[in-house]
Design a protein around this ligand. Structure first.
Ligand code: AMP
Ligand code: ZN
Length: 111
């Protein structure tokens, strides 16, 4: 997807503060963090949203594992894993991504 900003990050075409990388995934610091820890995890392959990604069960499981490990490593008192999906879900980048949020008390329910 030539115009997708997260495909460009995955390809190294635009810079990001990368905190984890494998053949299939990359994780980087969110450019506009909403918590002291705010990491974005993406598959390098383009899927528009979590619904499309979910068909790939092996990759979905690997992504969940990476997100949990990043939360465990960076957030001593708990964290939240979020997949914003569609307009009402607040999705602004249509390349599936998980947010790892923590290091502050997070409100529930979300706004
Ligand atoms: P969402 O609103 O769930 O689609 O999340 C998209 C996230 O990507 C937002 O939290 C943005 O701050 C973040 N974001 C957008 N562009 C970049 C970028 N170039 N580098 C890092 N994070 C970005
Ligand atoms: Zn993409």
């Amino acid at each position: 997807m030539s115009e997708c900003i997260f495909c460009k990050i995955a390809a190294g075409e635009i810079p990001a503060n990368v905190v984890y990388q494998s053949d299939e995934m990359i994780a980087f610091l969110d450019i506009a963090p909403v918590a002291p820890v705010h990491i974005v995890v993406i598959p390098k392959k383009h899927f528009a949203n979590v619904s499309e990604l979910s068909v790939e069960s092996d990759l979905s499981a690997k992504m969940l594992k990476v997100m949990a490990e990043l939360g465990d490593q960076n957030c001593q008192t708990g964290y939240r894993l979020v997949f914003n999906t569609g307009d009402d879900g607040g999705q602004t980048v249509f390349h599936v991504h998980g947010h790892v949020l923590g290091q502050r008390a997070l409100q529930w329910p979300p706004g």
